[in-house]
Design a binder for this molecule. Structure first.
Ligand code: SAM
Ligand code: DTB
Ligand code: SF4
Length: 317
């Protein structure tokens, strides 16, 4: 089967809304063709600069426009980042993702420090991923030169719904950054969040856009909104696990070779629900008891889950 870049909203809607077990079965067959079904990549996430972000993303605890109570933290010192990465590697993580609450990368001393961090973590033998907001082509090239393997920049939702969630930037800004990342030769990590109040059609449209990229993003994080008190979406109802399963399965069918990452929201999911997601094609998770500012299942709990399900951490490529 060849990869497709022309999925339509109509086609993926039929896939997404098909009977749940049919959907999972179809996704599982595709998953097994391209991936080892017993391996799950472990990524570790570290917030290297927390809070005080000028963007108004209505889900985010780190936006200055939201009233979430979080501890603001300026850029962490290099040694602290290296220590965290070393710890994560010992726990079996092969990918280390550094996130900063920036609207965009600026050509300043903090950027130089992040490049330094990227070089140091790469030299530990880990795949480095960064998520630093918008980047220019030149900045992306510098990150690539420093060893950064992947750049995370989520589309989050459909183009139509985007302005209901964020007003300080446009969908086209997001797409431009993803193009810059590609031009610089880094791999693309881009996905979205469900539970923002969007319609099913917004979820499908986002997947259609991601699947139209040639090549497809190498990794596609699927986040369930973690409602944070004080943010505009803090009172949103929790996402149903069935919705996560459908989203993971549809992403797997649309982008067979990509890594599909079961990202934020696992804390609210049972092991049974996560098992269905792994069956439906999720093959990467964030491990460690904290995401950026919100809790994630404890590492030991995840290892128990791996044991129960017969999964093992994927080896570094
Ligand atoms: N500031 C950069 C940016 O927005 O691109 C990087 C960090 S940002 C926190 C990374 C991603 O985390 C967002 O694009 C969003 O998809 C996800 N995210 C943030 N807050 C979330 C929440 N409360 N629940 C689920 N996902 C969230
Ligand atoms: C992604 O898609 N999810 C991660 C990572 N990329 C950077 C972030 C999830 C953040 C969840 C909310 C928080 O912890 O603040
Ligand atoms: Fe800033 Fe990123 Fe949070 Fe938006 S998602 S407020 S850009 S840290």
């Amino acid at each position: 089967m060849t990869l497709r870049y022309n999925w339509t909203v109509r086609e993926l809607t039929v896939v997404h809304n098909s009977p749940l077990l049919e959907l999972v079965y179809r996704a599982a067959i595709i998953h097994r063709k391209y991936h080892k079904p017993d391996e799950v990549q472990i990524s570790s996430l570290l917030s290297i600069k927390t809070g005080g972000c000028p963007e108004d993303c209505s889900y985010c605890s780190q936006s200055v426009h939201n009233g979430a109570e979080i501890k603001v933290q300026k850029l962490l010192p290099l040694q602290e980042v290296v220590d965290e990465a070393t710890k994560a590697k010992k726990g079996g993580a092969t990918r280390f993702c550094m996130g900063s609450a920036w609207r965009e990368v600026r050509n300043n001393s903090d950027f130089e420090k992040v490049l330094e961090m990227a070089r140091a973590v790469t030299s530990l033998g880990m795949e480095v991923c960064c998520t630093l907001g918008m980047v220019s082509e030149e900045q992306a090239k510098r990150l690539a030169e420093a060893g950064v393997h992947a750049y995370n920049h989520n589309l989050d939702t459909s183009e139509e719904y985007y302005e209901k969630i964020i007003t300080t930037r446009q969908y086209s800004d997001r797409i431009r950054t993803l193009q810059n990342v590609r031009k610089a030769g880094m791999t693309v990590c881009s996905g979205g969040i469900i539970g923002l109040g969007e319609k099913i059609s917004d979820r499908i449209k986002m997947l259609v856009t991601l699947a139209s990229f040639r090549p497809h993003p190498e990794s596609v994080p699927i986040n369930a909104l973690v409602p944070v008190k004080g943010t505009k979406l803090g009172n949103n109802l929790p996402v149903s696990s069935w919705d996560m399963v459908r989203m993971v399965a549809t992403a797997r069918i649309a982008m067979p070779k990509s890594m599909v990452r079961l990202s934020a929201g696992r804390q609210q999911m049972s092991v049974e629900a996560q098992a269905l997601c792994f069956l439906a094609g999720a093959n990467s998770i964030f491990a460690g008891d904290k995401l950026l500012t919100t809790p994630n299942p404890a590492f030991s709990e995840d290892m128990k889950m791996f044991k129960v399900l017969g999964l093992k951490p994927a080896k570094a490529k």
